[in-house]
Design a protein around this ligand. Sequence first.
Ligand code: SAM
Length: 290
Amino acid sequence: NRLSIADPIRTNDIMRKYKLRAKKSLGQNFLTNEKVLDDIVDASGLKKDEIAIEIGPGIGALTEKLAEVSEKVFAFEIDESLMPVLADTLQYYDNIEVINQDILKVDLDEFVKEKHLEGKTIKVVANLPYYITTPIMLNLINSDYPFQSLVLMMQKEVAQRVTANPGHREYGSLTIAVQTQMKARIDRIVGKNSFIPRPKVDSAVAVLDRLPKDQIGIEDPEFFNKLVRSSFMQKRKSLMNNLLNWLGRTDENRERIKDVFEKCGIAENARGEQVSIEQFKQMAVEFNKK
Ligand code: SAM
């Protein structure tokens, strides 16, 4: 009959007992809203024969909920001083392994092999440290092991960019890097009062589900990424101008780009944010033909 770790009374007790002060530099904001935690777990759809990978367990609020619904939880935490805390708060669970490592230094493909998890459904669920949201997310999306889904709490503005549609201000290279591999949606918005200490920004839970391989349709990822990055280099400029900056401002290139635009149904004065992902894929094919 103990309180959940996320209960504000228990969180405060744990912090007092271990004289913990949340480290701002590590993005430590502990979730103390049980409804939010339940929504995160629901959004993951984790089942008893599936594996959860958590990034940044903190004092274990989400970790214990994940342990209740999955076969096993592997939780990567960079902060060594939280190791004794987690050993205490998670002592009632025998299906949690806490690993004291920087997630950006973990080779996840190696890890999956080492733990003999090949063939398993592995879902990543995390209340992310916001200062490294993008590198963590892109590493997970582009890893060789196809993590089936990622349920990630992040800063609201970043979640809006990740899930944006063409024609919106938030649509850009991050949107495309994510949505070429994953179907992305916002599950819910989370206010500042759901955390101790209170963060400066609002948050959102983004759910990213992996697209089937045959829907991805990018033959040369390196070229595709260059094309996308160049297209959004100067967001206020037209796509034509951005591409000329990349390819070189010659009459020949201007004609070549015009021709590609025509084949892809892109207006000459369009901006990158008006171009759909399908059109970017088509552009990559057309440029490669020439
Ligand atoms: N999961 C807990 C919760 O929801 O209450 C804590 C979330 S807190 C926003 C982010 C956590 O990530 C912190 O515990 C922090 O120490 C950890 N962290 C920060 N940088 C990390 C890194 N590079 N690798 C692994 N964990 C990291």
